[in-house]
Every structure is written in C-alpha cells, then in structure tokens.
Design a protein around this ligand. Structure first.
Ligand code: C2E
Ligand code: CA
Ligand code: CA
Length: 417
C-alpha cells in the first residue's frame, strides 16, 4: 500500500502553472487556494476558490498531461498528494466499461479545452491504449448480453458432482456446479462466466436459478438414491453463493420461500460460501444465517484455508461444513507441512463439531489418507466429474459396486457415463 505524501505551501506560492506537465492531484487538508486561467487578452480569470477537503488537479490522475489552469495559495495550506501511479493501482481492477468511459470523458475534455484556447485546434483521435480499452469494453458488453440471453433461453443449468462418505464409500450428497451450454462455444466453464456475472451484477439472478433448480432436482435425486442405496440417508445438495448474495437482505427470505415451496427436508440444502465473502458485516450475516439455519438450510465454507482470514468467524456463524481446498489435497502426501496443515484443519473441525469435505480427490491414496485422518467426506474426479441431472440416476444405481472397485485400485480412476 502506498503512503500518501503531505506538502505545505505558503500564501502566495504557486502549486502548479497552466501548461506545465502534471501527473498528480491534491486534496486540501487546511488553507485555501485559487484556481485561475489566462485569457487571450493576457488577464487572469478565477475559476474557483477551494478550501479544506476539496480536490484539484484531478485530470492528471486519469492521464498525465498539461495543466489546464494555475493554482495559487491564498492562505497557507497543507495538501495530500495523490499520484497517477497510486490512482492506477486502484483502477487496475476496474471493470473495462468504466475504464473506457473514463478515457472517453478525458479525451472530450481535452478537445474542449483546445477548442476554447485555439481557433485552429485539431481534434485528438483516441490513441492505441484507448482503442484497446474500448475493444475490451465492447467484448465485455457483448459477453454480458450473451449471458443474459443464455439465461433467458435456459442455457444455464447445474451439473452435480457426488460427495462421498469416506468411511463407508456411500454417496452422501452432490455439489451443484453451474454450466453454460452455449449453442456455438460449447460448454463454457464457470471460470469464464462467473467473474463477468459478478462484475455486471447478474450473479444474484444466477444464484436464484441455481437454488430453485437444486431444490427442485433434490426431490428426484432423493427418490433415486433412497430407492437404490439400502439404508441411505436423504442426500444433500449444495449451491455456491457469492458475497453479493449474502449482502442482499432479500436473498435470505428467497431461500426460505424456496425451501418451503419445494418441501426441502431439514439439512438437505447447503449453501457454499467462501471466507472472503463473509467479511463485510459479520454480525449482520450471522443473524441472517441463523434464520436460514432455523429454516433447515446448512452453510459450508468453500475453499477453506485459501482466504487468509481470521478464524474468529467460525465461532460466530452457524457453519456445518468446511471444504478443504484441492491445493491441500494435492500436496498433502508430498509435503510433510501440508499434511500437518490438513490434519490440523480436521482436528479443528472435529473440536467445533463441524464436518469436513475434502475437494479435488483424484487418487485413491488421497482418499485413503483422508479417511484414516477421519475426514468425513470427499469429492473429486476419482469418484466422478460433475454430471447433468439426467445422468445421476445411472450413477446412483451403479454406485455401490463401482465405488468399492475404485477404492481398491491404486491408480487414478473416474466414473464416466
Ligand atoms: P468450487 O466451488 O471450488 O468447485 C469445485 C471445482 O473443482 C469445480 O470446477 C469442479 O468441477 C472442480 N473439481 C472437482 N473435482 C475435481 C478434481 O478431482 N480435480 C480437479 N482438477 N478439479 C475438480 P468448476 O465446475 O469449473 O467450477 C469452478 C468454480 O466456479 C467453482 O469452484 C465455484 O467457485 C464457481 N462456481 C461454479 N458454479 C457456480 C455457481 O452456480 N455459482 C457461483 N457463484 N459460483 C459457481
Ligand atoms: Ca463450491
Ligand atoms: Ca471449492
């Protein structure tokens, strides 16, 4: 994080002159300045007088260039300097559409200044950087429109990946993972469309679709599972939700209505949230989640251990499950340290009465090690890739014999249909 510099100026000093090159702006802490411009007849005209908490020189932040006015100190003042580099480190993460709008406003502003100053002015054309920014913004706008159309046309559907009890090898539940069956691009993975859906606020709609589909599919999945697995419990289905959903107060009553409408059994719907999405207002989120818990909805922490957050929230929130990230599972058998970290997470969860799902299990050795450490559940390509709901009945019907075979095999294996 950059440190902002504070500078003091005395009455009568010039902070910068019209025409001078500049790449920073100023926020006035105390004192007063006058902003003025030269007229064609040589006299000066005052544009503004600014005091504490006001801002000047802001155009240089968007693009360094010639100052369009002079700033003189009227009363001794102290200012904070905000440089273009400091500004850019914040805008680097901005949506390309917002960046494009910034660039275009600046270009128009500079053209207007030239026009006012000089009768023979020449229009500045967008440079390569602006053209590139515009292209990125247009790509995003098209992609966003395609996502919205895809939703309207029913091209988005959850696929389900089994979650397996590591002790018995029985199916315990399924994680719902969104898939976009695009008519020309084929199956688009979530890594491509979730970030765009987050950026343009389509996520709340997508999450609602996912929760409705999961609640509705749960009935079919339960009927097949209970009919085919002797002694099976009602399976649970999980849905991934984002920080935006949790921050929206209408989200919670929506989930409660879905659970009621579809008659979801107690504990059968689980919401997966990441640690970073919980950090906004933990007390508020805690009371809303408490309401969900009362409605029979469970909460899982996804990608546990990758969020670098304080563990305090574990005692504040009604969490039923931790999902150990794939990165721990992959390196667990090679690295002594990682094995200890994984083991530590399992002991912590045990102490708190929280169950654990290990993600990304691809090898039997991983499943066996996790089972020996009393990890409750596992999920990964060893058991199955995510499947469309219509393929689940086949998977469930052939589950018991298949899975015991898989657990005996030393090499990586997959259930494919
Ligand atoms: P996630 O929630 O951590 O989901 C697990 C990801 O790991 C899934 O990728 C799954 O297909 C993949 N995976 C499962 N087992 C294995 C394995 O053994 N090996 C490997 N290499 N990968 C495995 P997917 O489906 O591409 O989803 C990626 C991420 O997109 C998800 O990560 C989740 O963060 C997000 N996502 C997916 N669906 C939704 C959704 O409906 N809503 C939201 N907000 N995010 C979603
Ligand atoms: Ca997940
Ligand atoms: Ca995960």
């Amino acid at each position: 994080m950059s440190i902002f510099q504070t500078i003091n100026f005395e009455c009568g000093e010039t902070i910068f002159c019209e025409g001078e090159w500049g790449d920073c702006s100023y926020i006035i802490l105390s004192g007063k300045v006058r902003i003025h411009k030269a007229l064609t007849n040589g006299s000066q005209t005052t544009i503004a007088e600014l005091g504490a908490d006001q801002f000047f020189g802001e155009m240089a932040l968007v693009a360094p260039g010639e100052r369009s006015a002079t700033v003189t100190v009227l009363e001794d003042c102290s200012v904070i300097v905000l440089t273009q580099a400091q500004f850019q480190s914040r805008t680097g993460t901005l949506d390309p559409v917002i960046k494009m709008v910034f660039d275009i406003i600046l270009l128009r502003f500079r053209n207007t200044l030239k026009q006012l100053k000089d009768d023979n002015w020449e229009l500045s054309e967008p440079d390569d950087a602006i053209a590139e920014q515009t292209r990125k913004a247009l790509d995003q706008i098209h992609f966003e429109a395609e996502i919205r159309q895809g939703i309207a046309k029913g091209q988005f559907r959850l696929h389900y990946q089994p979650i397996v009890c590591l002790r018995t090898g029985k199916l315990a539940g399924f994680e719902g993972l969104m898939r976009w069956d695009h008519p020309t691009r084929g199956m688009v993975p979530p890594s491509k469309f979730i970030p765009v859906a987050e950026a343009c606020n389509i996520i709340p709609r997508m999450t609602r679709m996912a929760i409705k589909q999961a609640c509705s599919d749960l009935n079919d999945i339960s009927v097949t599972a209970l009919g085919n697995i002797p002694g099976a419990n009602t399976p649970f289905v999980t849905v991934n939700v984002s920080g935006r959903d949790l921050a929206n107060r209408n989200f919670y009553p929506f989930v409660e209505r879905c659970v009621q409408h579809y008659g979801v059994p107690n504990g059968a719907l689980k919401l997966e949230v990441t640690e970073s999405s919980l950090m906004d207002d933990i007390d508020e989120v805690s009371s809303r989640m408490g309401r969900l818990r009362k409605a029979g909805v469970r909460i899982a922490i996804d990608d546990f251990g990758t969020g670098y957050s304080s563990l305090g929230y574990l005692s504040k929130l009604p969490i039923s499950t931790l999902k150990i990230d794939r990165s721990f599972v992959i390196s667990m058998l090679e690295s002594d340290q990682m094995r200890k970290v994984t083991s530590g997470i399992l002991r912590l969860a045990e102490q708190l009465g929280i169950d654990v799902v290990a993600e990304g299990i691809e090898e039997t050795a991983h499943a066996e090690h996790l089972a020996s450490e009393s990890c409750d559940f596992g999920q990964g390509y060893l058991y199955s890739k995510p499947l469309p709901v219509e393929d689940l009945s086949l998977l469930i019907r052939h589950w018991s014999p298949r899975i015991s075979e898989l657990l005996k095999q030393p090499q990586t294996a997959q259930v494919t249909h």
